[in-house]
Write a protein that binds this ligand. Structure first.
Ligand SMILES: *Cc1c(COP(=O)(O)O)cnc(C)c1O
Length: 394
């Protein structure tokens, strides 16, 4: 069966897929339908943090399937209650709402901020400050705060009252704030926009500004959270804390699940019964996945592992930058890294694939490396070797 042909015929054409049919994974390696092996430095876009074929993870899912997969949110269930407690403890938040995706987590965060402001002054004309080059998802609310005009254009009007500031430019945020600002939303490390970590002064300045004006700071940690930067959540490095955080991608390690979480203060003054809901969100199956992810993070010291190996990864990438004229920058945090090229990266990605390495892009000329968090030093060497070849050949 030619699955490329089949997919091209029946799947709505919203993605230009690479001509690879992935069949299975083992550890940090993927195999296509022809048995070709790939070292994976994409993790299904920063999702499969614990690698493939993780027996304890799969067993936990199987066990939950045999008990019950779905109950609706009209009742309590054990995995949801425990996952909520454990996720709150891991994120230092107080209340969590489980969703099925990242974009839904953003929707919930936006609704939380609007309700919080509404309860203060009874008006419905509040604005949100978002960042240029941000990415928050494809549903209408999340799209409206995504700082990429090209993604938004055909789908306007969005939710309205969204203003875009320049990332890492505190003055640009201050200029946009007024009495009707209910939230500032940003990624702690911008992902799709090209892997830009927040600068220390910037994020601290935004936090201070939000505190002064009782504006909610929403940090989108869907990509950069869950250990990816060498911290459980990327904000920890800066010593700031958001009022609302959005999570997804790695929290389910492949099971579709997201969440938004908030402090008790925000929870007490925002969403109440009837304000928000989801049929699937936080079902026992998804929450069993979240629980097992958190358990393994602790048991295997995943965050510490990322921190420990980050210098090796950055060193490898710096060496590639030094060696190749077509690499002009290396930046990132932890296992969320970018090589900016002076040329389009599509041919490099193709060459890497041919040589058995999966990498992705974040913009036309930015190579993005977001490997499973369980890669080892020799995987980094192998990546460097293949990317070296791909950068030479392409
Ligand atoms: C992937 C991503 C989203 C959207 O998540 P989906 O699960 O694709 O809806 C939102 N924000 C950031 C930072 C992301 O990387």
């Amino acid at each position: 069966m030619d699955y490329k042909e089949l997919g091209d015929k029946y799947i709505l054409h919203t993605y230009n897929r690479y001509p690879i049919v992935l069949e299975r994974g083992e550890g940090v390696r993927l195999y296509d339908d022809k048995g070709k092996e790939y070292l994976d430095f994409a993790a299904g876009i920063a999702v499969y943090a614990l690698g493939y074929g993780n027996k304890a993870f799969n067993d936990a899912l199987k066990k939950q399937i045999d008990l019950i997969m779905h109950t609706s949110n009209l009742y309590y269930n054990e995995p949801a209650c425990l996952a909520a407690k454990e996720l709150c403890e891991a994120s230092h938040m107080d209340r969590v709402f489980f969703t099925n995706s990242g974009t839904e987590a953003i929707e919930g965060a936006i609704k939380t901020a609007r309700k919080y402001a509404y309860l203060k002054d009874g008006s419905t004309d509040h604005n949100i400050i978002a960042m240029e080059h941000s990415f928050h998802g494809r549903s209408m609310g999340a799209l409206s705060v995504t700082g990429n005009a090209h993604y938004r254009e055909a789908f306007e009007p969005g939710i309205g009252n969204v203003r875009f500031a320049t990332y890492n430019d505190l003055e640009s945020v201050k200029k946009l704030v007024d009495d009707k600002t209910c939230a500032v939303i940003m990624e702690t490390v911008q992902g799709e926009g090209g892997i830009y970590p927040a600068e220390d002064d910037f994020i601290k300045g935004v936090r201070k500004l939000c505190d002064e004006k009782d504006i909610l700071l929403i940090l989108d940690e869907i990509q950069c959270g869950m250990g990816r930067t060498g911290y459980m959540f990327a904000w920890e490095k800066y010593g700031v804390k958001p009022d609302v955080v959005t999570m997804a991608k790695a929290i389910g390690n492949g099971v579709p699940v997201g969440a938004f979480a908030m402090t008790e203060k925000v929870a007490e003054h925002s969403l109440v019964p009837g304000d928000h809901g989801t049929t699937y969100g936080g079902n026992p199956f998804a929450c069993a996945a979240v629980r097992e992810v958190l358990r393994q993070f602790e048991e295997s010291h995943v965050v510490e592992h990322v921190k420990e190996l980050t210098p090796s990864l950055t060193k490898a990438l710096e060496e590639l930058k030094e060696k190749h004229d077509n690499v002009c920058d290396r930046r990132g945090a932890g296992f969320m890294q970018a090589l900016e090229l002076t040329v389009p990266c599509a041919p490099v990605i193709k060459k890497a694939q041919e040589n058995g390495l999966i990498v992705i892009s974040a913009g036309a000329n930015i190579l993005r490396l977001v490997p499973p968090l369980v890669i080892e030093a020799d995987d980094i060497c192998k990546m460097q070797e293949i990317l070296d070849k791909a950068l030479t050949e392409a």
